[in-house]
Ligand binder design. Structure first.
Ligand code: GDP
Length: 195
């Protein structure tokens, strides 16, 4: 696991609220229900840690967690707010854009995609946003235990084809199941290796 405590630090609603940029930072993004909370909990070994991000009022915030002594993990709320008022969505997208393009210490964004569904149009939207942000991003397939290997291969190929249009994408995907633990150690090692 990570050395030191893993704790919720703060929910950020404006760039002025960001914590000092003095730690390596990684970020998790994915549409609602993709399995982000489960993966964060599996990664950190802390049950219900990410629940903080899903509580009402926290869904348009950048949620910062301290990962040990020297890094931040940022949980982006599940995107795809069909029901949110336009003004709320616009404010959120502005913050997200500013954060993704302006955060010096942000080393990688992990974009979570459900193994059963492959890349959907909402995923394309975040990938396009990331193209403009100069940060490396990497796709993490979730819930691999829910599909056959054949289906997984098909959806991995579909995601790779989608990624071919995004030059800043890291070419290797990480296949994970929070349920079975697949890929969790691999992802943890990737995070620990970022400097
Ligand atoms: P979030 O909205 O992205 O935070 O998604 P959650 O982590 O809350 O997961 C959404 C649903 O998918 C829940 O019912 C989880 O139990 C389930 N789930 C998440 N990860 C896995 C997984 O690896 N395998 C299986 N079988 N179910 C999962």
């Amino acid at each position: 696991l990570f050395a030191g405590p893993v704790d919720f630090v703060k929910g950020v609603v404006a760039m002025s609220g960001l914590p000092p940029a003095d730690r390596v930072e990684i970020c998790f993004a994915g549409r609602s229900n993709v399995g982000k909370s489960s993966l964060i909990n599996a990664l950190t070994g802390r049950k219900s840690l990410a629940r903080a991000s899903n509580t009402p009022g926290r869904t348009q915030e950048l949620n910062f967690f301290a990962l040990g002594e020297d890094r931040y993990m940022v949980d982006l709320p599940g995107y795809g707010y069909a029901n949110a008022p336009v003004a709320v969505v616009e404010k959120w997208q502005k913050l997200l854009k500013s954060y993704l393009s302006g955060r010096q210490t942000l080393r990688r964004v992990f974009v979570l995609i459900d193994s059963r569904h492959g890349a959907k149009s909402v995923d394309e939207e975040i990938l396009t946003l990331l193209d403009k942000s100069a940060v490396t991003f990497q796709v993490v397939m979730t819930k691999t235990d829910k599909v056959s290997r054949a289906e997984l291969e098909k959806n991995v190929a579909q995601v790779k084809a989608a990624l071919a249009k995004h030059p800043a994408a890291y070419p290797e995907l990480v296949l994970t199941s929070s349920e079975k633990g697949e890929g969790v150690a691999t992802l943890r090692a990737i995070i620990a290796g970022l400097t």
